[in-house]
Design a protein around this ligand. Structure first.
Ligand code: AMP
Ligand code: MG
Length: 422
């Protein structure tokens, strides 16, 4: 075991410079990135167990892929040097070379052998012609020359050489990566311990479970299932802290439970500076709160604090704002803590299918999707209580901080949900 000690987060790690009123999104992201550290702990897993996990150590090829020169097609193999232009007629040697059934002998120059895809080239063979380009009666094979030397063959190590870097530390393993690791004979990988993400909803009006009855002044908890699903989808272990009413002691008890079982806590609701904003009040009193007034819409303040050394993201209660803040701030932050590094969202420049005018000094995220013509259309209402727009959308349009007037056909940045891992 190593005795390395990870850097500790300082109480004031989330502090913003004095006198800053509205923090631009990019400044807030840069501060967040600088403040957070990777969680401790790794484990060894087989590729089959490692889907969604983050490599803690570079994965290197145990041997070359392919290990030996082999045929890329079903056809006939021979030495190129003995062939020329015009019709070529070569005698076939007895036997064949197939994948997993190498031909033991040598193919004399001027002769050919039946060879199948994936078969190691027998001694004396360096070139293959495709079956469809040949005529054969089982004793002879005929085809038109000239043939390119080495045609239809795969060089040993043409994909990766032995010892080559297959996947770097910090890479999050997807299904195709399991194919690569396995193909290279990598039977075990070292991955970071799974990040544990706790989720808490707050608010006197919130009913925790949609199966329970709700009075007209009550609403069902929309944020917790969404945030727990985000955390799981990102490959983390989701810890459900349930719901707490707007009561400081109740919220503190849930945060204690979160700090004991998780690496990071996401709360929603009560994060502003109003009378009923008990999360920010509590974090301010006991959690070295930094309330970031981020110049973005939707968003309002994002509360960041440490609770018993565990980072807390106080997301807005509004589900639209909660999702946007989770995607823009929590996702890269949690990725960093999980060892995967800081990931910028994937973005495409596409023509707008809408018109809009916005003022300077605030970044805006609109619920959007791509229409049949490949343009970004936006949800009819920007009202941040309109949860149906989140489901209508397949991504967000990001409008820059500076003032813009968008006319149909202008290029805008489209951030697909898929690029956020949704
Ligand atoms: P707050 O941030 O607590 O001021 O809440 C802002 C708005 O979001 C209010 O209309 C809340 O009722 C609503 N809200 C807060 N938490 C949730 C939640 N978990 N699910 C759905 N709506 C919520
Ligand atoms: Mg509230």
């Amino acid at each position: 075991m190593s005795d390395l000690v990870p850097p500790r987060m300082r109480d004031d790690c989330f502090a913003m410079p004095q006198g800053v009123a509205w923090v631009p999104v990019d400044d807030a992201l840069a501060r967040l990135r600088a403040a957070l550290v990777v969680v401790e702990g790794t484990e060894g897993l087989t590729p089959a167990e490692a889907l969604g996990r983050v490599l803690a150590v570079d994965a290197q090829a145990r041997r070359a892929n392919p290990p030996q020169v082999n045929s890329a097609v079903d056809g006939y193999g021979f030495a190129h040097a003995a062939t020329g232009s015009g019709v070529q007629r070569l005698a076939l040697v007895a036997g064949r070379a197939a994948a997993g059934q190498p031909f033991a002998g040598r193919v004399p120059a001027g002769q050919a052998i039946r060879i199948l895809t994936g078969a190691v080239l027998p001694e004396g063979v360096d070139t293959v012609v495709l079956e469809e380009d040949c005529a054969s009666d089982g004793r002879w094979v005929a085809f038109d020359g000239p043939v390119r030397p080495g045609a239809n063959t795969r060089r040993a190590g043409e994909d990766l050489d032995e010892g080559a870097l297959a996947l770097p530390r910090g890479h999050r393993l997807r299904a195709p990566d399991l194919a690569l690791l396995s193909a290279l004979g990598i039977g075990a990988v070292s991955v970071f311990r799974r990040l544990r993400v706790a989720v808490l909803s707050t608010g006197d009006e919130i009913i925790a479970d949609p199966a329970l009855p709700a009075l007209p002044h009550q609403i069902w908890d929309a944020n917790r299932p969404m945030l727990l699903a985000l955390a799981r989808g990102w490959g983390f272990e989701a810890v459900d802290l349930g719901h707490a009413p707007d009561d400081t002691a109740a919220i503190a008890a849930r945060l204690d439970a979160g700090a004991a079982t998780a690496d990071v806590i996401l709360t929603s609701g009560g994060a502003s500076a109003g009378d009923e904003d008990h999360v920010s009040a509590l974090l301010g009193a006991r959690g070295s709160l930094s309330s970031w007034r981020i110049a973005m819409k939707p968003g309002r303040p994002l509360a960041l604090a440490l609770w018993q050394g565990v980072p807390v993201f106080g997301l807005p209660g509004n589900p639209v704002a909660a999702l946007v803040c989770a995607l823009i701030f929590a996702r890269p932050a949690l990725g960093l803590m999980a060892g995967a590094g800081w990931a910028e969202p994937q973005a495409f420049a596409v023509p707008a299918a809408f018109a809009k005018r916005k003022k300077a000094g605030r970044r805006e995220y609109l619920r959007a999707r791509i229409d049949a013509e490949g343009r970004a259309e936006v949800f009819a209402s920007e009202g941040s209580g309109r949860i149906s727009g989140l489901s209508w959308a397949t991504g967000l349009v990001e409008l820059p901080d500076a003032a813009v007037e968008i006319a149909p056909g202008d290029r805008v940045r489209f951030l697909p949900y898929a690029g956020f891992g949704l």
